[in-house]
Design a protein around this ligand. Structure first.
Ligand code: COI
Length: 355
């Protein structure tokens, strides 16, 4: 694979002007594009970010044959290095998503090389501020124009990047979730474990309703019984019950989060008992009533680690009874950011330097 770079004339970086970037309000100067036309991925081009020309009957827009990823590039706070966090895991998940949606996968080494080259070209866009990062959004979608419901013969692989603060930084308080008892996000045998666009579209209507009721996010429940916690849409969910941290098992309906996996590793190393299993709402309600529900937090690339104060389930408010001292959510967040920004040792080989 060759990567051709056609740089933009003038950078748009000054528009950012030191403001808080939020999440998705600004995009960097360049994008990477690469086409699949029949039997192989072609060479890649890094060009000025701009509109894509899309065939109006593109199968990706009509029938949702589209998958994406999310990872971040972090500026070292004690050196000049720019680091990626476990990009091989995003490559593996993209491959799994592609296979589920009949999309030709992108090779791991080429996925990482494309990202590295793009970050080098837009290195000035990587925020200097700790906790902020350049969010990387790889997308693969079907571009062939056709009306038959079948896999496309053509695809585009596009990577855009955006300077971001953590997803929930606007709310410095812990989040309030609504356990969604009517709509569902994913069912066994569906596409819940793939990072595919339709999964997110399905969450919009209930999310809008939950926001109007004053909630920050939805906690999705299992599709069969509406009785077990699954994930929070933009993040995986963790419950600290007594001495144990529990997170729903990867049953096929939950996105296998890279941060989720990293959190489980860190907790294991710290000697904190973890369990990946089904977690029922009645167990959570009981733990809340008895005071054993010590913490709830979400974990994801965009969200990092976000504390949750309470979950509304039907008529019941499930809330935490924090213990003295720093929360696990805070400790996990600080450790992950420390590794990502190159401040503390990375015994797991999670980070790799771009430059
Ligand atoms: C991520 O954490 O990278 C995500 O993809 C969540 C996003 C939909 C905001």
């Amino acid at each position: 694979m060759q990567i051709q770079v056609i740089p933009r004339d003038h950078s748009g970086l000054s528009a950012l002007n030191g403001q808080d970037p939020g999440f998705g309000n600004f995009f960097s100067d360049h994008m990477l594009v690469r086409e699949w036309s029949g039997n192989a991925w072609g060479d890649a081009r890094i060009v000025a970010r701009g509109p894509l020309e899309v065939e109006p009957s593109a199968l990706g827009i009509h029938y949702g044959q589209s998958v994406f990823e999310g990872l971040k590039a972090y500026q070292g706070t004690q050196d000049d290095a720019i680091r990626l966090f476990r990009p091989d895991q995003n490559a593996a998940r993209l491959e799994a998503s592609c296979l589920r949606l009949c999309i030709p996968p992108v090779r791991t080494d080429e996925f990482i090389e494309c990202i590295r080259e793009l970050i080098l070209v837009d290195a000035a866009w990587v925020p200097k501020r700790r906790g902020h990062a350049l969010y990387i959004r790889p997308l693969v979608f079907a571009t062939e124009g056709h009306l038959a419901v079948r896999p496309s013969s053509r695809y585009q692989f596009v990577i855009t990047t955006a300077p971001v603060a953590p997803y929930f930084s606007a709310n410095s308080r812990a989040l309030r979730l609504k356990a969604e008892a009517r709509f569902t996000r994913a069912a066994i045998g569906g596409t819940g474990s793939a990072k595919t666009s339709g999964n997110y579209a399905a969450t919009l209507r209930p999310m809008v309703a939950a926001a109007a009721e004053g909630f920050d996010q939805i906690l999705w429940l299992d599709a069969r019984d509406h009785a077990f916690a699954e994930e929070a849409g933009q993040m995986n969910i963790f419950f600290r019950i007594g001495d144990e941290v529990v997170t729903p098992e990867l049953s096929g309906t939950i996105l296998p989060g890279v941060t989720r996996d990293s959190v489980l590793t860190l907790l294991d190393v710290w000697g904190i008992a973890t369990a990946t299993r089904r977690v029922s709402m009645s167990e959570l309600a009981q733990a809340s009533r008895s005071g054993e529900l010590v913490e709830i937090f979400g974990a994801g690339t965009a969200a990092v680690v976000a504390p949750v104060a309470s979950i509304r389930h039907l008529d019941e408010e499930i809330s935490t009874t924090p213990v003295e001292g720093p929360s696990l959510a805070e400790r996990l967040r600080e450790t992950l950011l420390g590794i990502q920004h190159g401040e503390i040792e990375d015994p797991y080989n999670w980070v790799c330097s771009v430059s």
